[in-house]
Design a protein around this ligand. Structure first.
Ligand code: UD1
Ligand code: UDP
Length: 397
């Protein structure tokens, strides 16, 4: 474990667990608010479930982790990842003076982080709470991770009124639900304000062509569905030589095994390594259409008004579908070809998907979350001279 530390003993410490790329992006604004707080301070724990990609994002935001658990192993199984995370986080929480733990979303790092907070009777805040597909195998294992986090958390930071309502339907106490907005919008605004002109990545020379941006990584799309996506991209490139297609590939070797054999030598298709957040947002802004199974990309594209053909059959982000930016197409070749063709050739269809919406937030979600934690952790009840164990029990639902 790598350690870097400089604690202020007058402030409550909030441990922030960051495992993967989207957690790094969505928690960066929360960490920045904690760093600026007069009452709280962050203990930034990178599990390194995605070692390099988290480092990439943190350096974009000027953040350095206090602790790095270095849990990533090549081709790691979910149970092995859960075991190592559980040992590391359980021990860590038992030996530190931590007033609260924050996790984001639905990854294995988030779920095990929440579970270990509970084992140590430390109150838990769940950022991006209440998303549901109501299909336990899609997204897998995320749907159950986030559902279980809703049982563990003391504070539920729902991104939208719709997700708050889903929590109420599961009998989560009303006074623990806060509609904060999604912190991804904060991250997006912060980064867009600092964007410098970038060259198109992946050796793409002609920036005047229409650009299709693709990302695809979900476990339930690995194998046949992902090969089907790759084939669809190949056919789009063959029938539309006027279009460039950029595909920053997730580092998971199983993703690359499906994509590279079909697309590596395809004219008009550019495969590349994961982009830095600033590069990715620049490309997203320049793109004409997005094909993606990513959660975060659906939210960012909705905020920017970029049409997304979602490479899934269902989404836990129906707000973007209602806003008109997202269209669920799944992974069948014919479905992807038909919907892409419509957007490339029918101006009205295209424009109808470019309106954009601030449904996912106003860019101040992290601020709201930290004000709530400051109030709760510094309330009179909380400041009673009780042992830290009693103080923790007081918060656990
Ligand atoms: C994880 C999250 C998912 C999130 C996604 C964001 C879980 C269960 N899933 O999925 O919710 O949408 O991150 O990208 O937490 N690998 C590498 N190098 C890396 C990262 C991963 O080789 O930099 C390999 C791992 O060793 C593993 C595989 O890719 O074999 C999958 O990684 P893992 O973190 O388990 O899940 P993701 O599919 O990345
Ligand atoms: N992203 C990035 N570089 C890339 C691809 C994506 O910075 O090459 C960002 C993107 O802007 C979004 C996030 O990564 O905020 C989404 O991560 P991912 O798709 O891995 O996870 P998900 O959101 O599906 O959980």
């Amino acid at each position: 474990m790598k350690i870097q530390n400089n604690r202020n003993h007058l402030k409550d410490t909030v441990a922030v667990i960051v495992g993967t790329r989207p957690e790094a992006i969505k928690l960066a604004p929360v960490i920045q608010q904690l760093q600026a707080s007069k009452k709280l301070q962050p203990l930034i724990i990178s599990t390194s479930q995605h070692g390099d990609m988290v480092g990439q994002i943190f350096s974009n935001f000027g953040i350095t982790a206090d602790l790095d658990l270095e849990v990533m192993r090549p081709r790691q199984k979910l149970w092995d990842l859960s075991a190592i995370l559980s040992t590391e986080l359980g021990r860590l929480f038992s030996t530190r003076q931590i007033s609260a733990v924050l996790v984001q979303g639905d990854t294995t790092s988030a779920f095990i982080g929440g579970l270990c907070a509970f084992y140590n009777k430390i109150p838990l805040g769940h950022v991006e709470a209440g998303l549901r597909s109501h299909n336990r195998y899609s997204p897998f294992p995320e749907e159950l991770n986030r559902t279980m986090l809703s049982r563990l958390a003391s504070w539920h930071f729902a991104p939208t009124e719709y997700t708050a309502e889903l929590l109420r339907k599961e009998n989560i106490p009303e006074n623990s639900i806060y509609v904060s907005g999604n912190t991804v919008v904060d991250a997006l605004h912060w980064m867009v304000d600092r964007l410098k002109p970038q060259n198109l990545p992946g050796g793409m020379m002609d920036g005047s062509r229409k650009l299709i941006l693709v990302t695809c990584h979900r476990r339930e799309n690995l194998g046949l569905p992902m090969r089907s996506v790759a084939l669809a991209i190949k056919y789009i490139a063959e029938s539309h030589p006027e279009v460039n297609i950029l595909f920053p590939m997730h580092p998971n070797p199983l993703v690359r095994e499906s994509i590279i054999p079909i697309l590596a030598h395809q004219r008009g298709v550019f495969l590349c390594e994961p982009l830095n957040y600033d590069e990715f947002l620049d490309v997203l802004q320049k793109s004409h259409i997005v094909l993606s199974d990513s959660g975060g990309v659906q939210e960012e594209a909705t905020a920017l008004g970029k049409p997304v053909l979602v490479l899934r059959r269902e989404t836990e982000r129906p707000e973007g579908v209602e806003a008109g930016t997202l269209r669920l197409v799944g992974t069948d070749v014919q479905d992807i070809l038909r919907e892409t063709e419509k957007l490339l050739t029918n101006e009205d269809e295209y424009l109808a998907m470019t309106k954009g919406s601030n449904i996912y937030g106003d860019g101040h979600a992290a601020e709201k979350i930290i004000r709530i934690l400051e109030d709760q952790l510094n309330s009179n009840e909380c400041c009673l001279p009780i042992s830290s164990d009693e103080k923790r029990v007081h918060f656990a639902h």
